[in-house]
Design a protein around this ligand. Structure first.
Ligand SMILES: [Zn+2]
Length: 67
């Protein structure tokens, strides 16, 4: 495994996985709190998280924080 790839898998400090519910279809999905790319609902395609350069802006309803 190339070293630069393995670095990607190390979580950043204070980053978390957050379980959110899609406000449009009710689908529950886990998103990364510091997502670097927009996360969309797997069912309806609604944006659930938007990257901001730091902590992602969560658009859905937060159900649970996993860590
Ligand atoms: Zn949805």
């Amino acid at each position: 495994m190339p070293q630069r790839f393995s670095k990607v898998l190390i979580p950043q400090p204070r980053s978390k996985f957050i379980k959110v519910r899609c406000p449009d279809c009710g689908n529950e999905q886990v998103v990364f709190s510091h997502a670097a790319m927009a996360v969309r609902c797997l069912i309806c395609g609604r944006a659930l998280a938007e990257p901001t350069g730091g902590k992602a802006k969560i658009a859905g309803h937060t159900i649970k924080i996993l860590d």
